[in-house]
Design a protein around this ligand. Sequence first.
Ligand SMILES: C[S@@+](CC[C@H](N)C(=O)[O-])C[C@H]1O[C@@H](n2cnc3c(N)ncnc32)[C@H](O)[C@@H]1O
Ligand code: SF4
Length: 342
Amino acid sequence: MRISPFPAGVQIETTSRCNAKCGFCPHPVVSQTEPQGVMEESLYRRLIDEVSHYPVKLLQPFLNNDPLMDKRIVERTEYMVRKNPYAQVCITTNGALLRKDVIEGLASLPLHTIHISSNGITGDTYRDTMKIDGYAVLRNVNELWDCLKRRNSRTRLVVTAIFMKRNRDEVALMRDYWRSRGVEFYLNPLNDRAGNIDAAEFAGMLPFTEPANRSQLHNWHMTACQALYSSLAVLWNGDVVTCCMDWRRDNVMGNVRDATIREVWEGARYRSIRALSDEGRLHERPLCNGCGHNRFSINSDGLARQLSAESDPQSARDRELLGTLVNLREQTPQLIQLGLMQ
Ligand SMILES: C[S@@+](CC[C@H](N)C(=O)[O-])C[C@H]1O[C@@H](n2cnc3c(N)ncnc32)[C@H](O)[C@@H]1O
Ligand code: SF4
């Protein structure tokens, strides 16, 4: 595949920290062992200045963290936007740290999209899935939405939830709630972050009962990956990792403290992993191999057929849940994202 001189998408993690402890995310475990910190301002500015010389399409000031843990996130995002007026700048957060000044600051910027990762509508579900105060998040997101509207902002506000066992009974309520507020809402599938989540815990979080879940898990033989040609991800300490799945920093492509982004992008390690991809041998890298495993995607007709043949009460609950999902898809097809359901 032809390599462009510079990645079309760049993610920069300005701090490694996160205020939540989501059971479905590697962060709480990985942050115990991997070095943590905040990106130096001089490095951040140099990276943004370099990016501004290229026609980058998508810029995101976070990677494997929560961006609002960076006390300077508003001014850093403002710098990103100002220096790259033609790029789409998007931010994704759990929303718990949206204080009034942060709301005002973010709403004043011409961002493309603010994504809120929200996995419940009740306090209990929020506590169990993310260990944060769900009611505070709902209040914050409503305030942000009101602020965006007051300012006639063109920034999209999007709430996304991962469809899992702990929030499966709330998906229709979540959809109704966000729809009543006029906010876009999407459901994404759970994935095991290329094996960076414990296998047993991952299996326990899938939405249906065990045989039904197992029937909807697929293993792809990973041959090639487009991300290696289009996007680049920098950690707080300057390490460039393979992608957002590289939680344990398995393939560090280089470090932008002592090189430019372009030098790393064109460097030997990128060339070597792209050569594997070009030859259809990406499965030889354990991380990439793992990325093809445990893909959860619901085949609604197939699963309905399988469940209709079973008679235990758990299967009846699965049938009911599948029915809810199918109804939601009929009413709002775009609600189902990232191959959650066929
Ligand atoms: C790693 S978080 C970083 C940004 C921020 N902390 C947040 O939660 O929005 C980026 C996105 O990955 C999603 N995510 C985390 N673990 C996931 C998993 N196992 N399967 C699917 N999505 C996941 C989060 O819900 C969030 O929308
Ligand atoms: S999903 Fe986001 S909020 Fe939750 S632990 Fe991971 S990084 Fe933090």
